[in-house]
Design a protein around this ligand. Structure first.
Ligand code: SF4
Ligand code: SF4
Length: 331
């Protein structure tokens, strides 16, 4: 097992495993590269990766930062690989449209949900008083994993897994191994299912991660354990990250060798909730990082432009992103 160094500490932007809004992804990658992000996690699809690279390229030379590209894959049906839908013809004409109000990407209008703009956060699903909104599985990768890895050649891979999916996890690892893709890191993203029917304890997660460590150890690639406190909860409230922090405090010191990264409900409050003498190696931001940029990105998008075509607004976006990342950059 390769030993990891302190300089590996980082901040990751999660663009979304089912996010295919190419315009927004390009802008997000440009903004957060400029603000100093260390890794960017995107869907395992060539056109998305190209959009991300374009955004990074825009910022790279000016801001002297070149984040690594990570792709998200899954070893089975997974909540991160979904979208939402509803039939607008079933909506009553006077509905105050809470679904539209809660959507962070402005994916909802009178004609329903625009598939390419939905990344499956789930916020709208519980907002509909008539329960008209449902979710469906959506995996952007149209190729098998080996071809995807050959085409994209990512710097890192994140495997989304669940506690009881050890067999399919083993298969995914063996594909990665035989593809001989040169990876800087492999991240394992796993959370707890705490629904009434499938209640899982942090100790179950710990056991599952050690099992995965045994499988991954022979690859000799640095590992990241991504603790997904509230997987795709869709909840953007400041206190949401408390669950993630609690999980980290409970099992963080017992995890297998590797880096620890927090995700799932992470937001601008996460840093405050953590003890300053016990911070994780990395933090990953998804919805919270995207939401603060979305109005600016929409503005450019409506005019068929990229945000960096508007230097003043781009500067504003970069400033916002820097402020958002500041507590972690200072740690
Ligand atoms: S709220 Fe989330 S799940 Fe619903 S349409 Fe918007 S992005 Fe998709
Ligand atoms: S909240 Fe439900 S009923 Fe109202 S517009 Fe949205 S999907 Fe339709």
């Amino acid at each position: 097992m390769i030993k990891t160094k302190k300089k590996d500490k980082w901040i990751k932007l999660i663009c979304g495993a089912s996010n295919e809004d190419i315009v927004a992804i390009e802008d997000l990658c440009a903004i957060y590269t400029a603000a100093g992000i260390d890794y960017i996690d995107v869907a395992a699809e060539e056109s998305i990766v190209q959009a991300a690279k374009k955004g990074i390229e825009w910022a790279k030379d000016i801001f002297k930062n070149s984040p690594g590209l990570m792709i998200s894959i899954s070893d089975g049906n997974d909540i991160h690989f979904r979208k939402a839908k509803f039939d607008p013809l079933k909506c009553p004409p006077h509905c105050p449209r809470p679904c539209e109000k809660v959507c962070p990407t402005f994916a909802i209008d009178n004609s329903g949900i625009k598939e390419s703009k939905c990344y499956g956060c789930g916020r709208c699903i519980n907002s509909c008083p008539l329960n008209l909104i449902s979710e469906y599985e959506y995996n952007l990768s149209k190729d098998d994993l080996a071809s995807t890895l050959h085409k994209i050649k990512p710097d890192a891979v994140e495997i989304h897994t669940e506690i009881n999916r050890i067999d399919s996890f083993t298969k995914v690892v063996s594909i990665i191994k035989s593809s001989q893709t040169k990876l800087e890191k492999i991240s394992i993203s796993c959370g707890l299912n705490q629904s009434v029917k499938k209640w899982q304890e942090p100790e179950d997660l710990l056991k599952a991660l050690w099992e995965r460590y045994e499988i991954l150890n022979e690859l000799n690639i640095p590992l990241i354990w991504q603790l997904d406190g509230r997987p795709m909860s869709g909840d953007l409230a400041p206190t949401t990250s408390r669950d993630t922090v609690k999980l980290f405090e409970r099992i963080g010191s017992h995890l297998p060798p590797g880096l620890i990264q927090l995700a799932g409900g992470t937001n601008e409050k996460t840093h405050e909730f953590l003890k300053s003498n016990n911070l994780p190696d990395g933090i990953a931001f998804g919805s919270s990082a995207r939401k603060i940029m979305q109005p600016l990105i929409e503005f450019a998008n409506k005019n068929n432009k990229r945000l960096y075509d508007y230097p003043e607004k781009m500067a504003l976006a970069i400033n916002k992103a820097q402020k958002f990342l500041e507590p972690w950059k200072m740690s």
